[in-house]
Design a protein around this ligand. Structure first.
Ligand code: FAD
Ligand code: NAI
Length: 468
């Protein structure tokens, strides 16, 4: 007789493990199935965490080379130990994946290692690495299987020279010439890491701008900043093939609209053209759960799939493919299963790009407001006029607040600057409470802090920014 759980979660990423924790807290008997060796999913193993560890370390290296001297700090004999940099990254990953395993124990969640598959109503099978199959009974099944990198037809990934995020986070030496396909979040973060460590980086992007989804004013300024840091962008361009020579790669490109071919030399190519839901071999057909053309698990609202008692969360359902969104989905589903109210407002999921300076936004862009015909007021404040940014010689960027022209409700905030990834949190809280720009403008912010720029931008909505 197979053990019966209130909830069986397939996938141990931020969606799955946070769902499991909340199930445990709510007294539900939960199991989680993960086919990787460690819990934590894409985020902890080959995504958010290792990329941030390399961004942090490479930023120090770059600052020591290029910024310390201006602050009166002389450094001699500076050199890169890539193996050690990778080891500290692995250490951060291990600490956090072990931490998730601990949290499963703490919340009495049973962990199964292996590939999970729905085997019919209320049944899940786990196949471990040796091929042994175990059957579990499930009153509820949560699909939290995440996503995988999208591929380009005709381009073969070997994870050594032509790599996805997985290989890009574990290169054994700094490539002399690096080509990135896609000027999205991975393109900019990984491009920054390897450029700081010495690579000559070219980013090939199909669209005529970088960072699709960002406010266009931010996207334009960010492009200028990143170009100043040494990143080369080839916009409105597509990659048509990669020829693998003995020591080099020849990357063929064409204008997006068609035209003459060009080639770029590279030692390594990173393919970062987006991600697609991962639902392979999951037995969805056994219970009548459907996916759309892009493989996104279809839900009828509030994470319910077409099948009774089968829920889906995180990267494999609609909404931004972000760890904190997956986490919130997971919490909401656990609460719904426990008979509580669970809801996630996808309009208030913040985005952060962890480059230097960082880029962060939440809510509507100017382009979206215009397209929706919403009348808005705009307040802007540059970090050039912020005392802390001036003190730290980190003045690149600005804060932009967009508020409803009639009600003054904050509809979107877009920032580029050092530390804005932390500052976006206050804006999310304000927007959850439907704050007016005046609420932010009249809230006391500590001095001297970078967050004063948010307040000044909010003041600027009504034209009374005081420090510029
Ligand atoms: P995943 O994290 O993908 O987890 C799904 C898990 O399910 C995986 O471990 C997989 O092995 C497992 N699985 C799949 N099928 C089965 C099966 N049949 N049986 C058992 N297990 C299965 N987001 C941010 O918010 N901030 C960031 O800074 C950030 N940085 C990123 C950097 C990179 C390089 C990448 C690639 C992504 C980054 N993301 C970031 C996105 C983030 O990683 C994802 O949005 C997040 O991991 C999604 O969580 P999830 O639980 O839905 O899926
Ligand atoms: P992305 O969607 O951010 O960017 C992909 C880029 O590739 C787009 O600009 C797109 O126009 C371009 N593109 C698509 N096809 C192309 C082609 N054939 N040739 C050239 N360019 C092409 O996806 P990315 O960077 O792969 O990241 C995947 C996802 O992972 C992100 O969307 C995000 O959800 C998540 N992520 C989040 C991070 C964060 O929150 N800081 C960091 C890294 C990833």
């Amino acid at each position: 007789m197979s053990e019966v759980f209130d909830v069986v979660i397939i996938g141990g990423g931020p969606g799955g493990y946070n769902c499991a924790i909340r199930c445990g807290q709510l007294g539900l008997k939960a199991a989680i199935i993960e086919m990787r060796d460690t819990l934590g999913g894409t985020c902890l193993n080959v995504g958010c965490i290792p990329s941030k560890a390399l961004l942090h370390a490479s930023e120090y290296y770059h600052a020591a080379q290029h910024e310390f001297a201006d602050m009166g700090i002389e450094v001699s004999g500076l050199k890169l130990d890539l193996e050690k940099m990778m080891a500290q990254k692995a250490d951060a990953v291990k600490g956090l994946t072990d931490g998730v395993a601990f949290l499963m124990k703490k919340n009495k969640v049973t962990v199964y290692k292996g590939k999970g598959k729905i085997a019919g109503k209320g049944e899940v099978e786990v196949t471990d690495a040796e091929g042994k199959v175990q059957k579990l009974g499930a009153k509820n099944i949560v699909i939290a299987t995440g996503s995988e990198p999208a591929s380009l037809p005709g381009i073969e990934i070997d994870e050594e020279r032509v790599v996805t995020n997985t290989g890009a986070l574990s290169l054994k030496e700094v490539p002399k010439k690096l080509v990135l396909i896609g000027a999205g979040v991975i393109g900019l973060e990984m491009g920054s890491v390897w450029s700081r460590l010495g690579s000559e980086v070219t980013v090939v992007e199909f669209l005529d701008h970088i960072m699709p989804g960002a406010d266009s004013e931010i996207s334009k300024q960010a492009k200028r900043t990143f170009e100043g840091q040494g990143l080369n962008f080839k916009l409105s361009t597509k990659v048509t093939g990669i020829e693998k020579l003995k020591t080099k790669l020849k990357v063929s490109t064409e204008p997006a609209k068609g035209g003459d071919e060009e080639t770029l030399d590279a030692d390594v190519v990173i393919v970062a053209i987006g991600r697609k839901p991962y639902t392979e071999g999951l037995g969805l057909e056994t219970v009548g759960v459907s996916t759309d053309k892009r493989g996104i698990v279809e839900t009828t609202g509030h994470f319910k799939t077409m099948a009774d008692g089968v829920w889906a969360i995180g990267d494999c359902v609609k909404g931004p493919m972000l760890a904190h969104k997956a986490e919130d989905d997971g919490v909401a589903v656990a609460e719904l299963i426990a008979g509580k109210a669970g809801h996630v407002d996808y309009d208030l999921v913040p985005s952060v790009v962890y480059t230097s300076p960082e880029i962060a936004w939440v809510g509507k862009t100017e382009e979206q407001l215009k397209a929706d015909g919403i009348k808005y007021k705009k307040g802007k404040f540059p970090f050039q006029a912020n005392s802390r940014a001036r003190t730290n010689h980190q003045t690149d960027g600005f804060v932009k607040v967009l508020a409803d022209a009639t009600t003054d409700e904050v509809l979107g905030v877009h920032m580029m600057g050092v530390g804005v990834g932390e500052m976006i949190g206050e804006v999310c809280v304000a927007m959850e409470f439907k704050a007016a720009s005046e609420d932010i403008a009249r809230t006391c912010h500590a001095h001297p802090t970078l967050s004063e720029a948010v307040r000044q931008a909010a003041m600027s909505v009504e034209g009374w920014a005081m420090q510029m």
